[in-house]
Design a protein around this ligand. Structure first.
Ligand code: ADP
Ligand code: MG
Length: 735
């Protein structure tokens, strides 16, 4: 007898394998998360235990001020950190950093050394803690390290605590070139956070003299898809490009909205619990989990934290999610658009500013004074986003995220801000009641009364505008356009820098007016009014997905840029350079390097997609189509044998049509692939990366869709039993 198993194709074997899976048993370390939360983090508690008072104080000081720790103290900290790490089972240490790739980087070294008498011992000193020189010449650097010294350094960031993963002590670090230029996300992020701190404190001083530090806060909602690993392995496109480059829509997908917030499937639930436990041990405060809109799409969100820490934690979390998924025979898909036709994944950046006195600056308060402060920060955010929309967009644009932006499911490529009716009408009133001349005492009182009436909890904002890329949600802004794979330092660098510059401008403008004898409050009103008028174009409360908005935005003069080469140019605009240089966050050279890294990354991703699609079309799809076509041909031949001429035409007509149709699709696919390969060859000969990206964007990328169209049509014709790739219905609905 024939072995039935052997007859099955890769896809059906995968489906079969997947159906046998059971949820992994999960045991919690304790019923109380607080018992093990942060157990693998060298946080303040552990520092107190493992460090001398002196060393502890110096770490805390440098955490708070961003200053360097002196060598002697660093030795002490290193020794304490090592003792703690060894007690958690660590044998190695690594500097952990965020190069300009999608992920994080680490290179492990053992604590263990041999002394001159050949005796082994464990050591970790201040020098190794503070600085390393990884041979990291292969990280993207946008030309920075070609022109100068080839060396790069990592340097300890005490503001993000060290942690142990497996047997390795990980020390968060910045990554810079020998010349001091940044080669990572963290360096400019820390600078941007410092700038926004300074600028915010100055503004807060108008309202409360006790404020001497302002931190940027960030809560990241991470969306993701899960797929069984057997199905995953049967899809070369998912493995290599992170998304499906072909696949006909499933008859049912998300149209019934029956997945969103639905009961979580058992295998998935076990996975969620497992990675949450691991995240909690690492001090990542995951709190929320639920099913998302698309089938097999999910979300988790932590409690917000200080922005640098939140970004580190999100990078760590993405890593952890991928690792734990394997234990559950899943693969986690973080790509922004793994499946055409169903919702993609984003990473909402919930952002605010908080003072050392415990005030959330984007949350209304109890008094008119607190609320004027609140309105001040709201209006300055509006103005910052308005003036820097293009570079904000560039900071989140990628080959993955572009499938979301402007597609009718996620925020459009037009930057706009949603405020909700309460705040919006408040701003309208300020605009009406204030003028550049002296305000009447009545107007002033009325306005203050109005401002005093802003409720502490903005109920109407629970009615969220899900179509806005940048929405006020009652006590924070939610930058919703960010993609699910993005290192959120990228948008946070831009947003906080823009905000810093804006707030500094605000203080300057207010001080100018008060210098000529106008009262402070009135000066604030006048400046706010001017900003409200200047940034009005960006305020939009309606449906961001609608065609009317596209037209309206155009009339308002808002940019709607959707092609990569134009989007990324925002990094090079003189306005951008001025912004970043004035805030000492990034130099012109560093911006150019970031621009280059981003366009190279984009180009390479399209290149990979194009190659993978070609391989799959030639090696999987066309052979399958021919196989099925041969079955039809055999069938037609048989019919010819048994039927008369007239009967035959009637019986075999549709089959002959199918044979022709298959031939047509095959020919077009082949021809287009040849064309696409030629285009690639042409593009790759171009020396300049900003030229290459144009070919990839305008010539090659559209061909991916054209080829896909024909493949997806073949999927509809060909016998299900021999189709080699897991279908959308299988990838979206099985677990
Ligand atoms: P929703 O889906 O309603 O937006 P989630 O609970 O999924 O709500 O996510 C909200 C995120 O916003 C959480 O990470 C939460 O901690 C965060 N958040 C709340 N307040 C602030 C704040 N002041 N600053 C930054 N993030 C905040
Ligand atoms: Mg949200």
């Amino acid at each position: 007898m024939l072995n039935a198993k052997k007859m099955e194709n890769f896809r059906l074997t995968a489906v079969h394998e997947m159906m046998k899976r059971k949820p992994v048993e999960i045991t919690y370390p304790s019923n109380k998360t607080s018992d093990y939360f942060g157990q693998n983090v060298f946080g303040k508690e552990k520092m107190k235990k493992y460090l001398s008072k002196e060393a502890y104080r110096s770490v805390i000081f440098s955490m708070d001020t961003g200053s360097r720790i002196d060598r002697k103290m660093a030795d002490q900290v290193a020794a304490g950190m090592k003792d703690w790490a060894v007690s958690r089972g660590a044998t190695h240490y690594t500097h952990w950093f965020h190069p300009l790739t999608d992920g994080t980087a680490e290179k492990h070294d053992a604590f263990f050394e041999i002394d001159k008498d050949s005796e082994p011992f464990e050591i970790f000193d201040g020098e190794k803690l503070a600085q390393q020189e990884p041979d990291a010449s292969s990280f993207p650097n946008g030309g920075i390290r070609n022109t100068f010294e080839a060396r790069g350094y990592t340097a300890w960031d005490p503001s993000s605590p060290a942690f142990v993963i497996g047997k390795t002590l990980c020390i968060p670090t910045i990554f810079i070139a020998y010349t001091g230029e940044s080669l990572d996300y963290k360096t400019p992020l820390l600078k941007a956070l410092r700038a926004v701190d300074e600028a915010s404190v100055e503004v807060c001083q108008y309202f409360d003299k006790n404020v001497d530090k302002v931190i940027s806060t960030l809560g990241l909602e991470q969306e993701y898809f899960l797929i069984d690993e057997a199905l995953f392995h049967a899809r070369p496109d998912l493995i290599l490009s992170g998304r499906t480059l072909m696949g006909h829509a499933s008859a049912k997908d998300q149209q019934l909205d029956d997945h969103y917030f639905g009961s979580i499937p058992d295998r998935v639930f076990a996975y969620m619990q497992d990675f949450e436990i691991e995240a909690h041990k690492l001090g990542i405060p995951i709190k929320t989990r639920h099913n998302e809109v698309a089938p097999n799409q999910f979300e988790c969100a932590p409690v917000f934290e200080e922005t640098n820490l939140a970004v580190d934690h999100n990078q760590l979390l993405m890593d952890l999610m991928a690792k734990v998924a394997r234990k559950h025979s899943f693969r986690v898909i973080l790509h922004e658009k793994p499946y055409q036709g169903v919702n993609g994944s984003g990473k909402h950046n919930n952002w605010s500013l908080a003072t050392n006195t415990g005030v959330n600056l984007l949350s209304p308060g109890k008094t008119p004074k607190k609320n004027l402060q609140f309105i001040t920060f709201i209006v300055n955010t509006l103005k910052a986003v308005h003036d820097n929309a293009d570079v904000l967009r560039a900071s989140i644009f990628s080959a993955g995220n572009e499938h979301r932006l402007g597609a009718n499911e996620a925020p459009p490529a037009i930057m706009s801000v949603f405020l909700g009716t309460k705040i919006s009408s408040m701003l309208d009133r300020i605009e009406r009641m204030v003028s550049d001349d002296k305000m009447s005492p009545d107007d002033k009182t009325a306005l203050k009364l109005d401002i005093g009436k802003i409720p502490e909890i903005l109920l109407d904002n629970t009615d969220r505008n899900r179509t806005s890329p940048f929405a006020f949600t009652g006590n924070r802004f939610e930058f919703r356009a960010v993609g699910s794979t993005e290192n959120c330092a990228s948008p946070m660098i831009v947003l906080n820098t823009a905000m810093a510059a804006q707030l500094k401008q605000f203080t300057k403008d207010v001080n100018e007016i008060t210098a000529s004898d106008t009262k402070r409050d009135e000066a604030i009103f006048q400046v706010l009014r001017r900003y409200i008028i200047e940034s009005k174009a960006i305020r939009f409360e309606g449906n961001g997905y609608s065609q009317e908005w596209v037209e309206m935005a155009q009339n308002r003069g808002l940019s709607n840029i959707t092609d990569a080469p134009s989007v990324y140019k925002a990094y090079l605009e003189p306005k951008t350079v001025e912004l970043f240089e004035a805030q000492a966050v990034l130099s012109k050279r560093e911006l150019e390097s970031r621009y280059e890294v981003r366009i190279e990354k984009y180009t390479k991703k399209i290149q990979i997609e194009s190659r993978v699609l070609s391989d799959m079309a030639i090696n999987h799809i066309i052979p399958t189509a021919i196989k099925y076509q041969n079955v039809l041909i055999e069938n037609v031949k048989g019919l010819k044998e048994i039927f008369s001429e007239i009967e035959f035409l009637e019986a075999a007509g549709t089959r002959m049509e199918s044979i022709k149709e298959i031939s047509k699709h095959i020919s077009i696919i082949k021809q287009k692939i040849k064309q696409m390969t030629d285009e690639r060859r042409k593009a790759n000969m171009l020396d300049l990366c900003h030229k290459r990206i144009e070919n990839y964007t305008y010539q090659i990328k559209p061909m991916l869709d054209e080829i896909r169209y024909h493949i997806d049509n073949l999927e509809l014709i060909i016998d299900d039993a021999i189709w080699p790739l897991p279908k959308y219905r299988e990838m979206l609905f099985s677990r």
